[in-house]
Design a protein around this ligand. Structure first.
Ligand code: HEM
Length: 227
């Protein structure tokens, strides 16, 4: 859905899947309307701004966005982060010795190998950036991964430093589309890295992982470890 110029067959499969998934959600929305519960879909049905409620299509779109944005990025950030740790044994040893480093470690892993290296924007008005005019109607690629290694902004940007304090990475984007789930993603990563550090203190990589194809979403096919 996010990748650039997907092959015809992939695009067809994605459309088929999204039609099926929307139908599944419509059924779920009807079930929650009949039997409200303590869940997100019930909350979206009840949500309203004065008398303006979300339409069924808006609820479906919101669920699709939350599931895709919420699941995929966090899963990839987790596996990418562990891969990076295994490649920096001295930094992993530092973290194993002091779990109190988790908050800065999570930020640094997000900076160092973001699961969303690029996102695109449509240009709504002619705009000049650094002497170059980008005309209205263009599509521009924002390279978050590149900005995260900007030597003008980060000291020693190619180094992984789990204790890095000044770390204004843009792995959650910026501006009005700044990631809605950033606080949740930070909590999830701190919890899952912390749990694995505690419960699998000797976890190690057993095979060099392969990347999934794709440019907008960066993630591993699998990460095989021994605990
Ligand atoms: C490590 C995990 C995550 C990363 C790296 C990440 C990254 C991003 C980025 C870069 C954007 C901005 C895209 C753009 O510029 O248009 C974004 C938007 C968004 N993210 Fe996340 N995200 C993560 C986790 C989550 C979670 C857990 C949720 C929700 C449960 C979530 C929900 C959203 C939503 C709804 C948007 C769209 C916001 C808007 O367009 O106004 N994300 N995310």
């Amino acid at each position: 859905m996010f990748e650039l110029n997907p092959p015809e067959e992939t695009a067809r499969a994605a459309v088929r899947a999204s039609v099926e998934f929307s139908a599944y959600l419509r059924g779920l929305i009807a079930a929650r309307r009949a039997n409200p519960g303590p869940d997100l879909i019930t909350a979206l049905i009840a949500a309203h701004d004065e008398d303006d409620r979300l339409s069924e299509q808006e609820i479906v779109s919101t669920c699709v966005l939350l599931l895709n944005a919420g699941h995929e990025a966090t899963v990839n950030a987790t596996a990418n982060g562990w891969r990076v740790l295994f490649r920096h044994p001295e930094q992993l040893a530092l973290l194993r010795g002091d779990h109190g480093l988790l908050p800065t470690a999570v930020e640094e892993l997000l900076r160092y190998d973001t699961p969303v290296p690029m996102f695109a924007r449509w240009v709504l008005d002619d705009i000049e950036v650094d002497g170059t005019v980008i005309p209205r109607g263009s599509q521009v690629a924002l390279l978050f991964a590149s900005a995260n290694r900007d030597p003008e902004r980060f000291s020693d940007p190619e180094a992984l430093d789990l204790t890095r304090q000044d770390n204004p990475h843009i792995s959650f984007g910026a501006g009005i589309h700044y990631c809605l789930g950033a606080p949740l993603a930070r909590l999830e990563m701190t919890a899952s890295f912390g749990a694995l550090l505690r419960r699998a203190p000797r976890m190690r990589l057993v095979a060099e992982p392969e990347w999934k194809p794709g440019f907008v979403i960066r993630g591993l096919r699998e990460l095989l470890v021994e605990v």
